[in-house]
Design a protein around this ligand. Structure first.
Ligand SMILES: *Cc1c(COP(=O)(O)O)cnc(C)c1O
Length: 216
């Protein structure tokens, strides 16, 4: 299954994040041996344990909700944080990045689903954060795009509508805050059940777990 999904992503020029949460290091290693380099985890502790066991050229993406007091543990090595949903979290990532003498790439996570439980910003909150940052830039972070999760539903029209909204947010922020920048370019959307729809709606990065590793 991995090879098919990888070929599909490559064909569409979309990055594939293999979501390895709850899966043991030896399964990750098997995928690594087939060429996969980007892995996504949603828990800090689990990501650190796997980082220590596995090859250093793996790009570790944090895709789950991130608590401010845990940023320091991943700041030395994380490649991309998909789940930034507050100004305070951005500031903490900035500070920890500077301590590690690096710049940490992040995505702004948007709330696009109609479920209460999913984290994320509204477009108004994001615009307010980015307006503040025009006055006071945070040199330890680089905002490279947006991320969102569609509602868990069989209604593909609804899923498509939600992805379309995320793409609109991306376009709006790009025009207003990043028009001169090449770095704001990622739309992280699409999981095992909906990555084909996401790619049709403009995804540049899909996060696929169970379709690669099997059910959790
Ligand atoms: C678990 C998870 C995924 C992958 O989900 P699958 O349905 O297993 O592909 C993608 N994104 C986030 C944020 C996740 O937590």
């Amino acid at each position: 299954m991995y090879q098919n999904i990888k070929a599909y992503a490559d064909h569409h020029h979309v990055a594939l994040v293999a979501v390895s949460k709850t899966k043991p290091a030896d399964l990750i290693r098997e995928l690594y041996d087939q060429g996969q380099r980007i892995f996504g985890e949603n828990r800090v502790q689990e990501m650190i344990e796997k980082y220590e066991l596995l090859p250093t050229d793996i790009e570790w993406h944090l895709i789950g909700h991130l608590q401010k007091n845990k940023v320091k543990y991943i700041a030395p090595f994380v490649s991309l944080i998909h789940s930034v949903d507050s100004k305070d979290l951005l500031k903490v990532i900035h500070k920890e990045a500077l301590k590690n003498k690096r710049v940490i790439p992040v995505l702004l996570q948007f709330h696009i689903a109609d479920e209460e439980t999913k984290f994320g910003l509204s477009i108004e909150e994001a615009e307010s954060i980015l307006t503040d940052m025009e006055q006071l830039p945070l040199s330890g972070i680089q905002i490279v795009g947006v991320m969102g999760m569609a509602t868990f539903t069989d209604n593909t029209d609804q899923i498509r509508e939600e992805f379309r909204r995320l793409k609109q947010y991306f376009d709006r922020l790009k025009a207003r805050f990043f028009h001169e920048s090449e770095v704001f370019k990622h739309i992280s959307m699409g999981m095992s059940g909906d990555y084909k729809i996401a790619i049709e709606e403009g995804s540049t990065m899909i996060r696929v777990g169970s379709a690669i590793f099997g059910a959790r």
